[in-house]
Design a protein around this ligand. Sequence first.
Ligand code: SF4
Length: 354
Amino acid sequence: MSHEGEESGKETKVKKAGSSKTRTQKLPGQGFAPFLDGVFERYHRPERLGSDPLEFVYRSSRPFEQEAIALIAAQLAYGNVVQIRKSIEDFLGRVMRSESGRLELWVRSLGHPPGLKRAAQDLQGFVHRFHQGKDVLLLFRLLERSWREHGSLGAHFIRGLTQSDVDITHALDSLLSDWKAWAAELDLEVARSRSFGHFLSAPAQGSCCKRWCMFLRWMGRKDRVDPGLWTAGSALAQRFPDGKALQAHQLVIPLDTHTGRISRYLGLTSRKNLGWAAALEVTAALRLSSQEDPVRYDFALARLGILDLCQKRFRVEICQECQLQPVCIFARSEMGQSPRSQTPPVRRIRGRSS
Ligand code: SF4
């Protein structure tokens, strides 16, 4: 119905087709800042890191080690939390026991045949759900090449990023396109496998790229939770071309089963397919609460799902205490309250209890 829109302060003026009259309409997420900030203050805390693979990045203070740990921790972050932690521990333990003894040296050794052969042995028998040691080995060969040719993975990524880019879509597609081409050169059989392809799913394919967006949040935000390894002033960013760095406002939310579900409850998206378009839509809605740092809410929102604080069914004792309840369409409809949002109602979920 609305064909023209002009954002003005907290509301958007829309003009109906064929009419000179305008009316105001709230955008999804408008006015949510007090509620989202409440959840942020409560859950965006270092003491919550034990429930997140980001914790592993803090096991080292060396920037290259951190970049490498972040890559594997993010890429293995699918499935249940216990298994994810076990697999990351398994990988890091194998590297610690290897001849290199340190992750940075282990990665750099992959550029030479003897090191590559030893690393393949180090990873023999490694399994994380449908990923095997050979997938992880190729992933780290790509990291090694980025380090060798660009100075760091961050420098490689930043080459595809313009400071005026609204978000990281182009830079991520560009990096993954390079990595796909390199992977085919290094090991065509593994590169063509479905399991390895799962590591490199890109925005251009419509994927929500949850694991890459999470990795980039760790790189592009710096505070008491996120390490900001590619932000201006960081050790790695000092080597980036033309003084560029990753800026928090360019990040896209890592949309997963938890943040996707809660985003629907809040009316930030009504899409069934939680792909790249949905991730951009939710990010745009979060910008209305934090223009410069929309993804700041991700860690806290994900805690609601990961810690089972927001369940897949209505629980009055939980929802009454939830800071998002005033803007949660799902809970408000269950509590017989009219939704505050103008967005379409979310799909009802079966099996709820009161
Ligand atoms: S009000 Fe209830 S359903 Fe809504 S986000 Fe909070 S816990 Fe989840």
